[in-house]
Design a protein around this ligand. Sequence first.
Ligand code: MN
Length: 465
Amino acid sequence: MLDERISEAVEHIKTSEFVRVVSHYDADGISAAAVLLSALSREGKKIHLSTEKQLKPAVIERLKLEDPDVFVFSDLGSGQMELLNELAETTGKKIIVLDHHIPSSVEPHKNIIHINPCLEGRDEDDMSGSGVSYMLARALNSRNKDLSYLAVVGAIGDIQDSNWVMKGSNKLMLDDAVVDGILEKKKGLRLFGRMNRPLHKALEYSTDPYIPGVTGEESAAVQFLSNLNIDLKREDGSWRTLDDLTDEEMKKLASAIICERIRENEASPEEIFGDVYTLKLNGYRIDAREMATTLNACGRMGHASIGILYSLGIKFAFNRIEGILNGYRKLITKYINWRRENEDKIIKTNRAHYILADDQIHENFIGTITSIYEKSFINDEKVVMGFAVTEDGEVKVSARVPSQLVERGINLKNLFKRIPKEYGYGGGHAAAGGAFIKKGVEKEIINICESYLKEVLGDSNGKQD
Ligand SMILES: [Mn+2]
C-alpha cells in the first residue's frame, strides 16, 4: 500500500512545476527538507520551502493564499489531517504527506496522498520523517540514493537508535548510505561529541554510559585520562577529541571505563559501545550524531535554512554554523542558570518536579531544559515537566521520564491523553512528550499528572527499595 501511494506521489510531482514544501523545524524535519530540496531541484522543479514548529490553523490560513501545483508536508501532517483536509478542500490542490507520527483518526480528503509507515501497522520509531521523504526521493530517481545519509541523521535526531544501534527500516537506509560510500560505520564508545567536544568533557558529560567517579566531575575526568597516559591536548595546544585517539588509546580508555563500572557494580558494565557514523561530505568529515545536534540547534535558533544547507555539505552554511552553535549554547546556559536561581518557580512533589518558567524560557527551549534537568537526578528518579508561555499566548508543556520509571509503567502518551479537550491537547512517546494548554490551567495539569503517577507507581515515593 505504501509503495502504491509513493508511485502515485511520484506521478504528481513529475507533472508539477511548482512544489511547496512544509517541514518540521527539528533535526528530523530539517533532514527531510534537505532530502526534498535536493531531490526536487534535481528534477528541475521550482521549490518554495519553509519549516514550522507545528501545523497550526494560522499556518494553514497562510498556505491557502499560495498557488503551487502541489503541497508536500514532511515530518508533520499525519496528526493534523483535519487542517490539511481544509487546505485540500479550499485550494483544490493535491497534498502529499510524508510523516511517521501516529495519524489522527480523521479520514484524509480525496486529494491527499497520505504516506506513513504507521498506516501499515508499523511503529512510529521504525522510520523517521526524513526516512519517509527519502523513500519518495528514491522512487523519484534512483540517483537520490546518495541522500540516504540524511535519513540516518533524521532517525538519530528523533532518537530512534536506542543504545546507538539502528533497527527496522532505519537499518535498511543506513545500509544504503554505507554502500553509497558517503557514510562510514564502525563500533565505538557511546560518548557524545566525538569530533567536537574535548575528550575530558565528553567523559564528564557521559550519563549513559555512566562512569562512576568521572561523570559530572571535570577534574576527575582529567585525572582519569592522565592516569591512562592519554594526552589531553594536541601538539598545537588545542583539545583532543575522542576521534583523535589511536586504536591503542581507545582500547585503554574503554577497558578503564569498564573496570570502573565493574568496581561500582553497575548493571552490564561492558555495555559502553555503539555504532558511530562518519559522514564524508564535500571534503568535510562530520559525525552523524553531531550533525543531528547541530540541525536541532539551527531549528531552535530560527536558522533552519542554514541547517538544511549545512546538512547538504554547502560551504557557505559551514561558515555560519559556529556562530549559531555559540548562540545556542549561550541561551542554554542562561536558561540553566535561571532554573538554578529560581527554585521558587519549581513545584516539587515525591515523584515529580514542575518548572513554571512562564516567559523566562523560550518555548523552543523548554523541552531541552526539561531534559537536562531530568538527567541531573542520578539516583532519585523524577518525572520533570516544564511550562513555558508561547508566542501565541498558550502554554507549552514538555515532559521527560527517566527510563527506570518508564520500566515501571509510566508513559507520557497515556498521561497526556487525560488532558480534557477544553484545557488543550498533547502527545508523544513514553519517555518524552509535550502538550499545548491554555494559560491558567497549569495547576490542573499538575494534579492530573500527580494522580496518574500515584495510580501507576502506587504510594511509594518512586523508589522500589
Ligand atoms: Mn520526526
